[in-house]
Write a protein that binds this ligand. Structure first.
Ligand SMILES: Cc1cc2nc3c(=O)[nH]c(=O)nc-3n(C[C@H](O)[C@H](O)[C@H](O)COP(=O)(O)O)c2cc1C
Length: 317
């Protein structure tokens, strides 16, 4: 079964995607990128589109609720299309801020607008366009079939379905029966997603007939999860080194690359850059292990790269 790294805002940046590629992911997605910001040329948004050599085939994900912005943003992506194998529309993000702006899971309730956004993308790119969405706003209100029809009519090349409702956010039971029905009705590939952590989870999702399985949160503390789930009995390419240290090196290399490539942009210095990533990303490697609570507290006061290295040293020996 093909295993794909899910788009995770603030997490699936280039260094992490590279970790996952080495850890066996067959494909990955960028974090969701704002179509409005991209259409209007924001530099932090540009940085989200940067890639590193060695990454797995990459999909770019856009979010937005305005067809004109979506068209303009897609035209920007088209200029750098060699980096990507696919352009995806986010129609599933349940964060109130995103829904209020008319994007993300707001689209679950609006197949017509979803169609218009997909058409705006299709008209401005030669990349295959896909939709990532949910089953509906809440249990008892399945919209996935209308959304799938909208995607198909717009010429989408595939569908990614998080087998939950918007009201569930990222928890609660999956509805794999409905996912199986979607697969049965669609003649374009459907990727299944939702709380896949174990081989049994992969098998349960595979039974629905999906073309691939997408994994998000389970990869955060373990970027080698993809090879493990495929039954590869070998150490990851980074060997016995703790993945947090490999990841930290890649974060630093990526920061340097941004600085060199965009000399006129504000790229945070090493200390600030690592500080930000330490709080989100790197801490995930230690979640739940003895001493992690103390480390988390310590991380709040870390201001330099040297302090970060010293704080994690006892955990990575
Ligand atoms: C921190 C976080 C960030 C996310 N960011 C995105 C995003 O940028 N785009 C998107 O389509 N979904 C996003 N999602 C949803 C995931 O892609 C995925 O659908 C969801 O987490 C379920 O898969 P999982 O249980 O394997 O994590 C995010 C989820 C989390 C927890």
């Amino acid at each position: 079964m093909r295993l794909i790294l899910a788009p995770l805002a603030e997490f699936t940046d280039a260094p992490f995607r590279l970790m996952c590629a080495e850890g066996g992911a067959d494909m990955a997605y960028t974090e969701m990128v704002s179509a409005a910001a991209l259409a209007h040329g924001s530099s932090p948004t540009r940085h989200l589109l940067e890639t590193l050599p060695g990454e797995a085939p990459l999909g770019c994900q856009l979010f937005g609720g305005d067809a004109a912005d979506m068209a303009r943003a897609t035209a920007e992506i088209e200029k750098i299309k060699d980096r990507f194998v696919e352009l995806n529309l986010n129609a599933g993000c349940p964060m109130p801020r995103i829904i209020k702006s008319g994007a993300g899971a707001r689209l679950v309730e609006d197949p017509k607008l979803t169609y218009e956004l997909l058409v705006a993308m299709k008209e401005n790119t030669s990349l295959p366009v896909t939709l990532k969405t949910r089953l509906g706003p809440h249990r008892g209100d399945n919209r996935i079939f209308e959304l799938a029809d909208a995607a198909k009519s717009a010429g989408a090349a595939g569908l990614i379905v998080h087998a939950r409702y918007t009201s569930q956010m990222h928890g609660g039971p999956l509805n794999l029966e409905t996912l199986a029905e979607v697969v049965e009705r669609m003649d374009i590939p459907v990727v299944g997603n939702g709380s896949v952590k174990t081989k049994a989870d992969v098998d349960a999702m595979a039974k629905t007939g999906v073309a691939a399985v997408m994994i998000g949160r389970a990869a955060l503390p373990d970027p080698a999860i993809f090879m493990k789930l495929k039954g590869v009995d070998a150490p990851p390419p980074w060997g016995e080194r703790h993945p947090c240290l490999v990841h930290l090196d890649r974060i630093l290399a990526f920061r340097r690359m941004l600085e060199e490539k965009f000399p006129d942009d504000h790229v945070p210095g090493e200390d600030a850059f690592v500080g930000i990533k330490m709080h989100t990303h790197l801490f995930r490697y230690f979640n739940g292990i003895p001493g992690a609570a103390k480390l988390r507290k310590q991380l709040n006061s870390i201001r330099t790269l040297a302090e970060a290295r010293a704080a994690i040293a006892p955990f990575v020996r």
